[in-house]
Design a protein around this ligand. Structure first.
Ligand code: CP
Length: 305
């Protein structure tokens, strides 16, 4: 039995196979509409979510399976003090696979060690968000043809943004990727990612605190929101939340085929006017999340395709 805790749980070859399957699902959805007949997905979300939970549920329903679960800690027995270990042991007898989001780093990993069914990390604190990374890779590959020789700007809250941490971990497996890390000083990528992931693998990167100066270099701009829920005080959040706002004027500085991604939700780091720019791909990205999660469910349940 296999779980997904980090994008590193899959080799690059396995990531490509998963994306090939997602591609086939996107092009031939009817072929897959009964593949999970009789199977159940449990969504155990101890933290708010729109895209991840609902795209997992849509994915299982599209595969002919069914879903059960909870969408907040308050509506589960966690509110009475139940541990994730006990919860997963119980859910193992109600469902075939579980997607879990938790505010504590490592909670899905603890659950996976006690689980009798595959567990998917649907986001753990400021640590990792591997299925967002699968979505990001699949979007890049679908729109660019391949993941190779790209300059990628990661902009915003690079300290607490778990999607950025997971994405860097995955992208260092691909050739010719250059990283431009765009953030205020206080929200820089954690040292362990700079040293253990980027430097150890010999990847080229630079850290800057202005967007305008680097816009013209980028093939992809990956925007992120400032993660209010991970700040220790509101004052710091208010000071930093509007540090970067992507506007149509800034888009004029970018290449004609630059692609703007964002894991969403957006707060105000991308002006709504940018949505009409053909380079704004974040809603397409959210849609592609369903196809890759369908591929992931089929793979972890070892359903022949
Ligand atoms: N991208 C993402 O994780 O969105 P949600 O928080 O809405 O699931």
């Amino acid at each position: 039995m296999r779980h997904l805790m980090s994008p590193l749980d899959f080799t690059r070859e396995e990531l490509e196979q998963l994306m090939d399957l997602a591609d086939d699902i996107k092009n031939h959805p009817d072929k897959y509409s009964e593949k999970c007949h009789g199977k159940k997905l449990a969504t155990c979300f101890y933290e708010p979510s729109t895209r991840t939970r609902l795209s997992f549920e849509a994915a299982m329903l599209n595969l002919g399976g069914s879903v059960l679960g909870f969408s907040s800690a308050d509506s589960s027995s966690a509110a009475k003090g139940e541990s994730v270990s006990d919860t997963i042991r119980v859910i193992s007898s109600y469902a075939d696979i579980c997607a879990m989001r938790h505010p504590k780093e490592g909670a899905p990993l603890v659950a996976s060690s006690r689980s009798l069914i595959p567990v998917i990390n649907a986001g753990d604190g400021g640590h990792q968000h591997p299925t967002q990374t699968l979505t990001d890779l699949f979007t890049i590959r679908s729109l660019r043809g391949e993941i190779k020789d790209l300059t990628i700007g990661l902009c915003g809250d690079l300290k607490f943004g778990r999607t950025v941490h997971s994405l860097i971990n995955a992208l260092v497996r691909y050739p010719g990727i250059k990283f431009v890390l765009i953030s205020p000083e206080e929200l820089r990528v954690p040292e362990y990612i700079r040293e253990d992931v980027l430097e150890k693998n010999g990847y080229e990167y630079k850290e800057v605190d202005t967007l305008d100066d680097v816009m013209g270099e980028l093939d992809i701009l990956y925007m992120t929101r400032v993660q209010r829920e991970r700040f220790f005080n509101e004052e710091d959040y208010i000071r930093l939340k509007d540090f970067f706002i992507l506007t149509p004027e800034k888009m004029n500085l970018a290449q004609k085929d630059m692609m703007v991604l964002h894991p969403l939700p957006r707060v105000n780091e991308i002006a709504v006017d940018v949505d009409d720019d053909p380079r704004a791909m974040y809603f397409t990205q959210a849609k592609y999340g369903v196809f890759i999660r369908m591929a992931l469910i089929l793979t972890l349940l070892e359903i022949p395709c």
